[in-house]
Design a binder for this molecule. Sequence first.
Ligand code: PHE
Length: 373
Amino acid sequence: PAGGATAAGAPAPGDRILFGHVGSLTGLSATFGLSSDKGIQLAIEELNAKGGVKGKLLAVKTYDDQGKPDEAAITATRLVVQDRVAVLLGEVASTRSLAMAPIADANKVSMITPSSTNVKVTKDGDKTRPYVFRVCFIDPFQGTVMAKFARGELKLARVAVLRDVGNDYSVGLADAFLAKYKELGGAIVDDQSYREGDQDFKAQLTAIKARNPEAIYVPGYYTDVALIARQARELGMKQPLLGGDGWDSEKLYEIGGKALQGSYFSNHYSAEDPAPRIQEFVKRYKERFGAVPDSLAAQAYDAAKIAADAIGRAKDFSGPAIRDAIAATRDYPGVTGVITIDQDHNAVKPAVVLKVEGNAARYVTTIQPDTAP
Ligand code: PHE
């Protein structure tokens, strides 16, 4: 722009490197944003204790999008244009990351979503979005993981699906699960829908009950899933529920009570994993925040560390240079696994399957990407 002002997309000059975080700190998926923010903070504190990056300390500015896609877009724009952040971190929910992605591209500021798994987040049609990256796996893999587990391990022949039709993540994951489960010879006996925030799921559950499935696949977020589980039990349904990473919240157990006992979901990591890199992270996080880090916290920690690592390798602080450095990330030793950014700007990583027992999700198994095509 005229007058020598710093363009959007070029970080503000100064002594610190600013990350912008867009997250749901309030609303029906508030634990997603709150956990992510803690993960980012821990990463930044650790990096700063070692002198920061290229002689500059790191900081984060976080905005609450209240779980709304339009707020995610507004706050992402504010971070880029007003705060002139070097990198955008977030969102967790795919629908909100999809609202941010065009802003990252248009302003040439890289965005790393820690946990959005919908394919379209990093791909617009068949074109990879130049400035959008993720450090997690994608839903065609995650859906396959649970389909294989349901069919191969649990030996289930009949499963019903209950999806959130207003949520790109839920729809994409339901489709991926269903396709793989059928391919493996299972029957999808019903496919019902709801919208986030619905309070009464009895009509859908009654319809599902009549089809007598052995399990119900509910790839939604924790608040809805917990209510669905409670109402299923009220209707006398005893089937386990199956789900994905969107279940990962301490609130799942708080809201769901005993209704989810024996249910399974796929996730990015397990805090019970004995691997030293995970146990050391869990310990540091507990010391700092007094809580066990969920996968959102771990993924956001990795996203912030990868952003910093890329800035350290970038030839300068410009948007394109940082972008190129993120795209060149290879074999980064993250807490959640070894992270290589592939040509579609995704990370190829294993998934874990967890079982709800008591007020926790117990580790069951790890599924590698190459064994689940
Ligand atoms: N994968 C979910 C999405 O894309 C978000 C999520 C990730 C939720 C991890 C919880 C845990 O919408």
